[in-house]
Design a binder for this molecule. Structure first.
Ligand code: LLP
Length: 420
C-alpha cells in the first residue's frame, strides 16, 4: 500500500497534487511519501515482532537521502551501510553508532578506522583477509570490533543475475563449508569479537524458498560453530524481500516472511538481524517527469520522449526492470507507446510497446516504485545534472535534495595549465 492516489482526477502524493510539485521544483524530480515510508517500516517491524530478539538495519543503499534516513531513525531502525559515505550519512541522520552494521567486500582501512572510532555495532566480514586487517587496526587502537562472518551459502535466489549474491560464484562472503575454520581463526585474534554469522543471498526475491534454504544452512553452521566451542549470539539474515512492480504481481508479505523465519530459527537462541531496503522504501517514491515530445515519424508505435532518462532512473536500462508509468492527469484514453529518455543510446528506454494513459507534449507522468535504487543510482551521463528530491508529509512538502545543475558539475573540473 502507498500514498500515491488520484483525487479529482489528479495524482496526489498524500494530500498534495503532483502538479504543484512540478510547478515549484520542475521535472524530473523524485517525490517520496513520508507516510508510506513510515507505514512500511512499521509493517516490517510489526511482522518481525513474533521473533524474540530482533535488530532491523535499513539498507541505506536503497535510499540514502538524509530525510529518508531521519524517518527511519524516528521509526527506531538502525542502518546497514557499505561505505564510509553511507556510515557518515547514517550518523548524520541521528542513527546511533551501535545500531549500524557495516557490510561490503571492499572495506578500506580508512573506512574500518572510521567505523571503529565511531563504535559501530557490527562489521560483517566478507573474507578472512578482511578480518585479519580489521583485527590489526582495532588492536592497534586498543579497540574491539564486534563482527559477524558473512557466509556464502551457494543458494540460487532466483532473481536477476546482477542482484544475486548467494551463489558460490558471487563475490560475497566466505564459502559456508569453510565457515567454522575461518570463524575459529578470526575469533582467536585480539581486536575482534566474533559474535555471529551473516547471510544475504540477493535482492528482489519473489519466493520464500531460497531464503529458507539459505537460513537452514546458516542454522546448521551455527550448530557446528557451537559444537566447535565458538560463541554465536547474533545472526544477520540480510535483506532481499521483493516488492511488486507490475500490476498483478504477488510477493510474500512481511508476515509470511516472518513466519518462515520463526520456524527456521526456532532453536537458534540468537539476536536476529535484518537488512531490508527495497521493501521499506520501494513504493514510497515516484519519479515525476514531463513529456518533451511525442515522436510519430514512422507509422509504427510512437516514442514518448520524457525529460527523465536512464541517468536518473537506471533500473530499466540496467536490469530490464519494469516501472509502471501513469499520467498525473489521465483522460481515460489509452495509447500504446515506447517510453524513452533523451540520452543518446538505445538503452535509455523505460518501456517498449507499453499500453499507457494517452499523453501528449507537456503532460506530467510518474514512474512508480522508484523510492528504492532510484535517485541513489543516478549519474550525470550526457552532462545531465542530478534530479531534485522532495518529501511530502500530508499537505506539506520540502525539497530534501537540491537539483544539481550541469554547471555545478562542470565547475568541479579543471583544464590544466599544460593545455594552455
Ligand atoms: N544487505 C546487503 C548486504 C545487500 O547487499 C543489500 C542489497 C541489502 C541488504 C538490501 O537488499 P533489499 O532488501 O533492498 O533487496 N540496484 C539493485 C538492487 C541491488 C541490491 C544490492 N544489495 C536494483 O535496483 O534492483
Amino acid at each position: 500500500m502507498d500514498h500515491f492516489a488520484y483525487r479529482n482526477g489528479v495524482l496526489h502524493a498524500e494530500d498534495l497534487p503532483l502538479t504543484a510539485i512540478a510547478e515549484a521544483v520542475g521535472t524530473p524530480v523524485y517525490v517520496y511519501s513520508r507516510a508510506t515510508l513510515e507505514r512500511h517500516a512499521q509493517v516490517f517491524r510489526d511482522a518481525l515482532s513474533i521473533l524474540p530478539r530482533v535488530h532491523i538495519a535499513f539498507a541505506i543503499k536503497a535510499n540514502p537521502n538524509l530525510a529518508v534516513l531521519r524517518v527511519m531513525q524516528r521509526e527506531g531502525l538502525g542502518a546497514d551501510v557499505v561505505s564510509g559515505g553511507e556510515m557518515a550519512r547514517a550518523l548524520a541522520a541521528g542513527i546511533p553508532a551501535e545500531d549500524i552494521v557495516f557490510s561490503g567486500v571492499g572495506k578500506q582501512h580508512h573506512e574500518m578506522i572510521a567505523g571503529l572510532e565511531a563504535g559501530i555495532g557490527q562489521f560483517n566480514l566478507e573474507s578472512e583477509e578482511e578480518g585479519i586487517e580489521l583485527a590489526e587496526l582495532a588492536a592497534g587502537r586498543g579497540l574491539t570490533a564486534r563482527c559477524a562472518l558473512r557466509v556464502n551459502p551457494d543458494v540460487d535466489a532466483r532473481t536477476h543475475a546482477k542482484i544475486s549474491t548467494g551463489k558460490a560464484e558471487n563475490k560475497f562472503g566466505v564459502p559456508i563449508d569453510r565457515g567454522v575454520e575461518i570463524y575459529s581463526r578470526l575469533a582467536a585474534l585480539p581486536g575482534l569479537n566474533m559474535r555471529g554469522v551473516a547471510v544475504h543471498i540477493g535482492s528482489q526475491l519473489s519466493e520464500l524458498e531460497p531464503f529458507e534454504e539459505a537460513f537452514g544452512k546458516v542454522g546448521a553452521l551455527i550448530a557446528e560453530l557451537r559444537a566447535a566451542g565458538q560463541s554465536v549470539t547474533h545472526a544477520d539474515l540480510g535483506g532481499g524481500l521483493g516488492v511488486p512492480y507490475r500490476p498483478g504481481e504477488v510477493f510474500p508479505s512481511p508476515e509470511e516472511y516472518a513466519a518462515m523465519v520463526a520456524r527456521v530459527t526456532a532453536d537458534w537462541d540468537v539476536t536476529l538481524m535484518f537488512e531490508p531496503g527495497r521493501v521499506i522504501c520501494g513504493n514510497a517514491g515516484v519519479l515525476l517527469t514531463r513529456v518533451v515530445r511525442v515522436k510519430r515519424s514512422s507509422n509504427q508505435v510512437p516514442f514518448v520522449v520524457v525529460d527523465a532518462a536512464m541517468n536518473d532512473l537506471a533500473r530499466p536500462a540496467m536490469y530490464g526492470a519494469w516501472h509502471d508509468f501513469d499520467a498525473v492527469k489521465p483522460t481515460g484514453e489509452k495509447m500504446t507507446a515506447h517510453i524513452v529518455g533523451p540520452i543518446c543510446e538505445t538503452g535509455d528506454t523505460f518501456a517498449m510497446n507499453r499500453e499507457i494513459d494517452a499523453i501528449g507534449v507537456g503532460d506530467l507522468a510518474v514512474f512508480r516504485t522508484a523510492g528504492a535504487y532510484g535517485a541513489t543510482m543516478a549519474s550525470s551521463y550526457n552532462s545531465r545534472g542530478f534530479v531534485a528530491e522532495v518529501m511530502v508529509d500530508g499537505d506539506k512538502w520540502a525539497v530534501v535534495a537540491d537539483r544539481i545543475l550541469p554547471e555545478a558539475i562542470t565547475a568541479a573540473e579543471r583544464v590544466p595549465d599544460f593545455l594552455d
